[in-house]
Design a protein around this ligand. Sequence first.
Ligand SMILES: [Zn+2]
Length: 459
Amino acid sequence: HIIGAESFGVSTQKEMLEKIAALGLPMQGAERLCTNISEINSYLDEWETKRFEHPIDTDGVVVKLNRLALREALGVTAKAPKWAIAFKFPPEEKLTQLRNIEVTVGRTGALTPTAVFDPVHLAGTVVRRAGLHNQDEIDRMDVRIGDFIWVHKAGEIIPEVGRVELSKRPQDARPFRLPAECPVCGSAAVRLPGEAAVKCTNSACPAQLKERIIYFASRQAMDISGLGERIIDQLVEKRLIRDYADIYALKEEAIAGLDRLAEKSARNLISAIEKSKSRPLGAVINALGISNVGEKTANDLAERYRSLRALEKISRESERELELADGVGPVLAQSLHAWFSEPHNEGLLARLEAAGVNFVSNEPKAERGSMPWNGLKFVLTGELSSMTRAQAGERIRALGGETLESVSKKTSFVVVGEAPGGKYAKARKLGVPTLNEEEFLKKLNDAEENNSPATEVMK
Ligand SMILES: [Zn+2]
């Protein structure tokens, strides 16, 4: 696609592609101008098989209206243009042999079975493993170790076992049952009534602990760069950390003693840990690992309560009160109540607070007036390559700006990433200024330089 194609004297999709090719850009060379529906249908049928011979992995076909003037007339919906439509091919399936079913233990203690099979090339990558969800799923498919299985990628991304090829079942194929003990700590693993998952009953199980800490340190939570899986494994195994609050008691000497960790990385890790203490409240709530509380919910809670202690107080009082007071759904209310009532978690919070982790919303309304982007309204569309939209939003808000979902005349800037949606078209129509990623980053960096937050000044 060429943005603003008309200004290059281009009036159709066909001309647009010719123009791009004339500029010397590589083309996929599969486009065709169809003049009626039956031509479109036969094109789709043809490519359903021909796609495997095409040098580029494809998951479907996009049909676009050729004349740009007609596109303008048709317009866009809130989510997508009305003049283009995507047709997905059925997922590519490959037959392979199941060699083993491995069991791992997740953050919630759930024993998760994973199919391990002979490698197959699927939708652009080599695939060797696929999640099998739970025992019910295994029983439903009657999948046995040694079976030949058909695998595909759901949404062209996540490998899945589709079905068993019963006609090829070997004599010695073995049925599989999830173990009754946790493969990591050996504690009893049980399936509670009404749940699909078999779970390890040991709340101090190292597998769960590792997963919880990985989540705690992740980008959408405390964002501790350098605290990766390999380091966490060692910290847990050497008993340097028994829960995530222990992260804040780590000493540089102890970390520097870990395998394959240079002195410099140890120092960087300590400073990343230090820096994480001033993460926004929403990120801190997310990091706690309360069930049913993900990134979005955590940010909502942060905005509503503005302090972790305030959230704790109302959550502990009673589930019902939380529901009545704030229209929080019953499942979330129950999760919050259970988590904040657990004595062990009370201790965790106290230690996080004592370590200096931020427990309050750091967007004091009173200070907004002096912030560089106070009063500016941003709308983000398309993908940015240097950060997620959530991260961009966080940085905009830290400067006093607002992020909004839809474009209006009051919008100050529309930030346009890769593959922008209808918001871009709307911005152009309303004459709202747009920023590409480079322009946005420059503006952002300049503003951030002029806006050293109080915490930085204190250091
Ligand atoms: Zn366990």
